[in-house]
Design a protein around this ligand. Sequence first.
Ligand code: ZN
Length: 187
Amino acid sequence: MGDRDQERYEGLLAEMARRDPPVRIRSKDTSRGQWLIDRALRLLTLGGQDRYLSDYVTTLGTTIWVPATWAGWSFGSRYKVLRHELVHVRQFERFTWPGMVLIYGFFPLPAGLAWGRALLEWEAYAVTLEVEAEVDGIEAARSPALHDEIVRRFTGPDYGWMWPFEGWVRRRIALTVTSISRRPPMP
Ligand SMILES: [Zn+2]
């Protein structure tokens, strides 16, 4: 299973490198810009988001910024996170940088009621559920702990309390898991 995860991960890296422009992975600790974003997020969330540099992976355009610990993550975790982040890469291509700043950052509010951000993140978290099922089986995608974690991310400080409606998140999770479990298994 470990080898399978490594193969998946390396296959995805190769796919990212073949894209035009290629999707790059860079470490957040090498960038002053990332350090400034970290400071800004700490201020804006009153310390609620203080793990931007240490734990979070962030896509900006075609660059996926990772924490310094990235190389120590399991191949499976790195693969799953990259699949989520590649949804954001495609969103940047679809909406362009100014579009993403507006939709992700400010629509209709930067915090508390960030509907644009919630829709963009939901598109990526639906893929997170799909990838869980693909890598670890449908039971992993059904895990209540995973569902609670996704709910916490939408309703808590991690993304600036982007969407306070827990029921909205749970309904989407349930619909997505149902549609994944109805699909024929992959060969
Ligand atoms: Zn995301």
